[in-house]
Write a protein that binds this ligand. Structure first.
Ligand code: MN
Length: 494
C-alpha cells in the first residue's frame, strides 16, 4: 500500500509537502423492484408519493419485512468485493429528525453489518494498479426528498425514495490523491454494474459519495478529517478533495486547527462550506430494531450466489491478457464497462464457433469503433456498427481480402449506410489486389518513370517507402502491401 511510487503525490504548501488522506463512503442504490422493507416500487421518476406503502410513510403499527432480493444483492456485492460475508447481521435504528424521514429513524446496520472487510483493485491511467481496503458494506434505508421550490411559503415532501435499499460501502482511508479517489469510485461502480447490484447512475442519485478528507505531513499520524457529503459526480469528487485539502493546509499553515465537521462542496463557487459540526455515533442512539430479527442465512445461501456471479472486470482483464495476448492497457479499456467487454467478445466469436484474432479485434474495437463513438458522443448500445459487422471487417482483413486502409473506408460505409461488409467489398470492387502480375505492371510503370529516385534508393534503401506509397496510391490503396514490398525489392535490387 505504501509503495514508493504512490508517495510522490504530495501537495506543496508554504511549510513543505503535505499528504492528503481520503476515505470514501459510497451510498449505492440496490437494484431491486421493491424497497428494503416494503413491497412499494423503486421505479425512478414517478409522480411524487406514487410509490409509498404504509411502511414507507411510517404509519403507526406498520411492521418492516425484509426483502430477500436486497439481501441477495448485498451478498453478491460483498462477494464481488472479495469481502467477508457475515452469516449473522443486525438492523439498528439510527435516530434523527428530518422532515423527509417520517419514521424519525433510519433502519441501518451499525455494529454487525452484512459484509465485512474486502478490497478493490484500482487501475490508474498510467497502467499501474493499487489496492483499496473495504472496511464494510451495510444495508440501510434511503430517506425521502424535501421539495422547497414548489410553493412560495411551503415545503413538500416526496416519499417515493423513502425506504429504498442502499448499500453503504465504506473504504479504508487508503486513497492519497484526487486521481486515486476518482479511479476508486470508477472501479467500484464498474464492479457494481457488472454484478447488476446497482446501476451506478450518479445523475439520478443512485450512487453518491461522502468523501472524508484530512491532510498530514508525510510520516505523521492522521489529521482531523472533514466529511464532504453527497458528492454526485466523479469529477466533483476530485474537485472536492483538491479544494478541501488546500483549505485544510491553509488553516494548518496559519497555525489553526481543523474542526471535525460535515461540509458541502459547491462546484459553482469551487469551495466547500460547513454544513454542521460532525455528529458522533452516540448522538444517534443506535439500538437494534425491535421490529426486526437479526438477519441470518447459511453458507449454502452464500455459495449458491457465488456460483452464479458473472466474470468480473479484474478476472476478465487477466483472461484477455493471458488468452488473447492483449496489453494491460487495451484489456483495461475493454473491461471498463460490461457492455464494451460483451461487445468485444461478440466481435471475437465467429459464427460457426472459433475465435477471431484478439489483437486485431481489440485494435478495431478500441481505435476505430470506440474512437468514432467518442467523437459522436454515443455509447456502445447506440453503435451503428454491430459486433457481427465489425467481426466481418476483421475477417476480411485477416483473410487478406482488404488492406487495413481499405478496411477504414469500409468501416465508414458500414457506419453510415449499414449492410453486409463482405457484400459491400464485392459490389464496390474494394478487394485487395494480390494478383502479382497486376501489381507488377504498376510497379514497373513507377520504376520506369522515376530513374532518379531509383538511383537514390540504391544508395539509401529506406527510399523504398516512397515507392510503396506511389504504388499504393496508384492502385487506390488496393494493392497488397506485402506483395508490393517484395516486388519493389526485387525490381530495385535491394
Ligand atoms: Mn449511510
Amino acid at each position: 500500500m505504501n509503495a514508493p511510487v504512490r508517495s510522490a503525490k504530495l501537495i506543496k504548501g508554504a511549510t513543505g509537502d503535505w499528504e492528503v488522506v481520503v476515505g470514501i463512503e459510497v451510498h449505492a442504490q440496490v437494484t431491486s423492484n421493491a424497497k428494503l422493507f416494503s413491497g412499494a416500487s423503486t421505479v425512478f421518476g414517478g409522480e411524487p408519493n406514487a410509490h409509498v406503502s404504509l411502511v414507507d410513510a411510517a404509519m403507526p403499527g406498520m411492521l418492516p419485512v425484509i426483502n430477500e432480493e436486497c439481501v441477495r444483492q448485498a451478498v453478491r456485492t460483498g462477494l464481488g468485493l472479495k469481502a467477508q460475508i457475515n452469516l449473522r447481521s443486525v438492523f439498528d435504528r439510527k435516530n434523527y429528525f428530518y422532515p423527509d424521514l417520517p419514521q424519525g429513524y433510519q433502519i441501518s446496520q451499525y455494529k454487525s453489518p452484512i459484509v465485512g472487510e474486502g478490497e478493490v483493485i484500482v487501475d490508474l491511467a498510467d497502467g499501474t494498479s493499487f489496492t483499496v481496503g473495504i472496511e464494510r458494506l451495510h444495508l440501510e434505508q434511503d430517506a425521502g426528498k424535501s421539495l422547497h421550490d414548489q410553493h412560495p411559503s411551503m415545503s413538500f415532501v416526496d416519499l417515493n425514495r423513502s425506504g429504498v435499499a442502499l448499500m453503504e460501502i465504506v473504504s479504508k482511508p487508503d486513497l492519497r490523491s484526487a486521481d486515486e479517489a476518482r479511479a476508486y469510485v470508477t472501479k467500484l461502480r464498474t464492479i457494481l454494474r457488472y454484478l447488476g447490484t446497482c446501476d451506478g447512475d450518479m445523475e439520478k442519485g443512485n450512487l453518491r459519495a461522502d468523501v472524508n478528507v484530512s491532510v498530514r505531513k508525510p510520516g505523521q499520524p492522521l489529521g482531523t478529517r472533514c466529511e464532504i457529503k453527497n458528492v454526485n459526480s466523479i469529477r466533483f469528487i476530485g474537485q472536492a478533495i483538491e479544494t478541501e485539502a488546500r483549505r485544510q493546509i491553509g488553516i494548518l499553515e496559519d497555525g489553526g486547527r481543523i474542526d471535525q465537521e460535515t461540509r458541502l462542496f459547491d462546484p459553482v463557487k469551487g469551495e466547500t462550506r460547513s454544513m454542521r459540526s460532525k455528529e458522533e455515533a452516540h448522538d444517534y442512539r443506535y439500538f437494534p430494531d425491535p421490529d426486526l430479527l437479526p438477519l441470518e442465512f447459511d453458507q449454502a445461501f452464500v455459495d449458491g450466489l457465488k456460483g452464479h456471479l458473472p466474470e468480473l472486470p479484474d478476472e476478465k482483464k487477466a483472461r484477455f491478457i493471458k488468452e488473447l495476448g492483449l496489453t494491460a492497457y487495451d484489456a483495461s479499456v475493454l473491461v471498463s464497462e460490461r457492455e464494451s467487454a460483451d461487445f468485444f467478445e461478440q466481435v471475437l466469436a465467429m459464427d460457426g464457433g472459433g475465435r477471431r484474432d484478439g489483437k486485431l479485434a481489440a485494435n478495431w474495437v478500441i481505435n476505430e469503433l470506440f474512437g468514432r463513438l467518442n467523437k459522436e458522443g454515443r455509447d456502445i448500445a447506440a453503435s451503428p456498427v454491430s459486433a457481427g459487422q465489425l467481426g466481418a471487417i476483421v475477417d476480411l482483413i485477416g483473410e487478406g481480402v482488404i488492406s487495413g486502409k481499405i478496411a477504414k473506408d469500409l468501416f465508414e460505409i458500414v457506419w453510415s449506410e449499414g449492410g453486409d461488409p463482405r457484400a459491400i467489398v464485392e459490389s464496390r470492387g474494394m478487394k485487395q489486389v494480390t494478383d502479382l502480375s497486376a501489381i507488377e505492371k504498376v510497379v514497373d510503370d513507377i520504376v520506369a518513370a522515376n530513374p532518379d529516385k531509383v538511383a537514390q534508393a540504391k544508395a539509401k534503401p529506406t527510399m523504398i517507402g516512397w515507392f510503396v506509397g506511389q504504388v499504393m496510391k496508384s492502385s487506390g490503396g488496393k494493392a497488397n502491401p506485402q506483395a508490393v514490398n517484395d516486388l519493389l525489392k526485387a525490381k530495385l535490387g535491394l
